[in-house]
Design a protein around this ligand. Structure first.
Ligand SMILES: Nc1ncnc2c1ncn2[C@@H]1O[C@H](COP(=O)(O)OP(=O)(O)OP(=O)(O)O)[C@@H](O)[C@H]1O
Length: 273
């Protein structure tokens, strides 16, 4: 029997109708400061991300992109509204449940890879599994499998200072993926890389999304980086200003569409994002 599901238009357009969103952001607001100096970093943002989507978040500097990502990451708290991950409201979790949520359900990739300098690539990738108390044999198998998928097997014995910037970011991607998180959050993952290494990490994110099935939300200023996503949300003044879908477009065509919105928002590729 056919069922009707209340899926957002964009997700339905991608053929995801019938699947529960992995992320639901519901009317969130974030206010910083006090009565003397108030900043409305987020005014009213709502959207869904379906399993297997790769969503890019773009917008001018100060529009609220990082605040949004940090609220989803539970690094920051919302002033009002709700954020549901796989149907569970994460805005009301207590400290212990929060750290378990971050460890088990989220993967992070930051601009600077944030690897621990004193640990090898293997140990950095393994950390989340080790903390969880997984058996060493299973940790080894999962780390080696993930490293092979992300092309960093040869640096597993090296420390971050002995790796290239691109290798460090791919190790960070492996670390984000190894525990099979529900959602991978990336904040300007190519920001500190040269264009060749940036392309490699973007191909890696595409592969994580396409072949490994990772759901990714990525904040970026860069239209080229954004063109690897399947959907872009444009944020302006703390609200969703526009949304575009890649659909059947080639990456180059999607890049063109993104540039049109960026131009409309008023600025160049790098600083209007
Ligand atoms: N801890 C804070 N205290 C006060 N205001 C803040 C804080 N963090 C961010 N803001 C303000 O909230 C607004 C949104 O900031 P946010 O960092 O989310 O923007 P962004 O879109 O990520 O910008 P950028 O692209 O420059 O990184 C800005 O006006 C910023 O000054």
């Amino acid at each position: 029997m056919a069922e009707t599901f209340a899926t957002p238009r964009s997700a339905a357009a991608q053929g995801a109708a019938g699947t529960r969103p992995i992320l639901s952001v519901r009317q969130i607001e974030k206010v910083y400061g006090n009565r003397d100096s108030i900043t409305h970093a987020i005014n009213d943002i709502s959207f869904d991300v379906m399993p297997g989507e790769f969503v890019g978040i773009m917008g001018p500097s100060g529009s609220g992109k990082t605040t949004l990502l940090n609220c989803v990451a539970t690094i920051d708290t919302v002033t009002s509204g709700h954020i549901l991950v796989d149907g569970r409201d994460i805005t009301s979790l207590r400290a212990r449940a929060l750290s378990r949520f971050r460890r088990d359900d989220l993967g992070f990739i930051f601009q600077d890879s944030n690897l621990l300098d004193t640990l090898t690539g293997f140990e950095n990738i393994a950390l989340a599994l080790t903390i969880k108390g997984e058996r060493p044999a299973s940790v080894r198998a999962r780390v080696e499998q993930t490293a092979a998928a992300l092309g960093v097997s040869e640096v597993l014995g090296k420390r971050p200072c002995q790796m290239s910037g691109g290798q460090r970011q791919r190790v960070a991607a492996a670390r984000a993926m190894v525990a099979d998180p529900k959602l991978v959050l990336a904040d300007e993952p190519t920001g500190a890389l040269d264009s060749r290494s940036a392309s490699v990490i973007l191909d890696t994110l595409s592969m994580m999304n396409g072949r490994l099935g990772a759901t990714i939300m990525m904040v970026t200023h860069d239209s080229f980086a954004a063109s690897f996503a399947s959907r872009i949300l444009f944020i302006k003044d703390g609200a969703v200003f526009n949304e575009i879908l890649r659909g059947g477009l080639s990456r180059a065509e999607f890049f063109g569409r993104i540039m049109e919105v960026v131009t409309f928002l008023g600025g160049d590729v790098r600083d209007a994002g």
